[in-house]
Design a binder for this molecule. Structure first.
Ligand code: PMV
Length: 341
């Protein structure tokens, strides 16, 4: 009776995605949330026992009217799952959450918890829940967290594959011709998604032409990043005597270099819309100094996550390790590594 879902990192296009521009996100399979749901015979139907110490809540709530704000999203996910399958449990239910994804860190913890709960409901009822349905139901819960979610978090977490995502359109899974490694650094400072999205909205209201221009620039670089991910380097340097004998992987090296440059540029543009901080700038710069091909804040900003890109370990021994050490020396609370492609 358990369901599971991974974390995520937004590679390109956060915030601009709320304004209709494309974005790219990848799952972080090393970080998972597990939800267990079972009947709780001691309680009448409509009661939900919750044990979720990692997200700050343990107690019993009314499924339709949870009082505690921390329990609202959990109760809603259970309720939506039951409604989706038109199920009417004959007793209360008990939900346990174990999450390896730090909360409010830009790694998709809230979407992962919701998708894991929805899958646990399906499992309890012996039903199948396709990723598309899980993503759509989880979007309803994302609306609780902030009023104008683009839907990227719930989509990438439910599909657990790299996606190219435009708000309101079906996600497009990406095949990666350019495999790469991401080093993730949790700044340890929470990233309040709702507040950051609201701040960007205020700036947009104050100067729409300037903000729209920046969003256009971000959208443009997301399109370029997609081409590099799917086809390899699009702008390789002229071959030199040294690179001539390198074989097919030479293109992948250049692809990672180009993705890194696009990440650096995306970070600058996120600074321009006001969501970076000196701390996040410092982490991104530390990763670049330690040999990353590029780095940027990821997610809502204000705190939360910085991601850095390197070639896969088979191509460059220990690069991920030295970047992780540099990020921790620059103040990261936790670091992780994940491979894409
Ligand atoms: O903070 P996160 O990881 O939930 O990322 C939010 C991404 C935004 O683009 C800022 C908001 C959204 O709904 O897409």
């Amino acid at each position: 009776m358990s369901g599971q879902a991974p974390g995520k990192a937004i590679l390109f296009g956060e915030h601009a995605v709320v304004y209709g521009r494309p974005s790219i996100a990848v799952p972080v399979l090393a970080l998972q949330t597990v939800a267990k749901l079972e009947p709780y015979e001691g309680d009448p139907p409509g009661r939900l026992q919750i044990e979720a110490p990692g997200i700050g809540f343990s107690g019993v709530v009314d499924l339709d009217r949870p009082d505690a704000s921390e329990a609202k999203a959990l109760a809603m996910a259970v309720r939506l799952g039951l409604q989706h399958f038109r199920a009417d449990p004959q007793s209360g239910l008990k939900l346990q959450i174990q999450s390896g994804i730090p909360i409010a860190s830009g790694m998709g913890s809230s979407a992962a918890v919701t998708v894991a709960v929805l899958r646990a409901v399906a499992e309890l009822l012996g039903k199948a829940l396709p990723a598309k349905a899980a993503a759509e139901l989880a979007f309803e819960v994302e609306l609780l967290h902030h009023g104008t979610p683009s839907g990227i978090d719930n989509t990438v977490v439910a599909h657990a594959t790299p996606v190219y995502f435009v708000k309101g359109s079906p996600p497009e899974p990406l095949q990666t011709a350019t495999p790469f490694q991401l080093v993730l650094a949790d700044s340890g400072r929470p990233s309040p998604t709702g507040e950051m999205v609201a701040e960007v909205r205020e700036r947009w209201q104050a100067d729409q032409p300037a903000m729209e221009r920046t969003f256009d620039e971000i959208g443009d670089l997301v399109g370029r990043a997609r081409r590099v991910i799917e086809r390899g380097a699009v702008d390789p340097p002229a071959p030199t005597a040294e690179s001539a004998g390198k074989g097919p992987n030479a293109g992948n090296d250049d692809g990672v270099r180009e993705l890194g440059e696009l990440m650096d540029r995306n970070h600058e543009l996120l600074g321009r819309i006001g969501v970076s901080t000196p701390e996040l700038d410092g982490l991104a710069e530390a990763a670049r100094q330690a040999g990353a091909a590029g780095a940027k804040l990821s997610g809502a900003g204000g705190g939360g996550l910085v991601i850095a890109i390197t070639r896969v370990p088979s191509q460059v021994a220990h690069a991920g390790n030295s970047i992780q050490s540099a990020l921790r020396a620059a103040g990261a609370a936790r670091t992780y590594v994940t491979q894409v492609g």
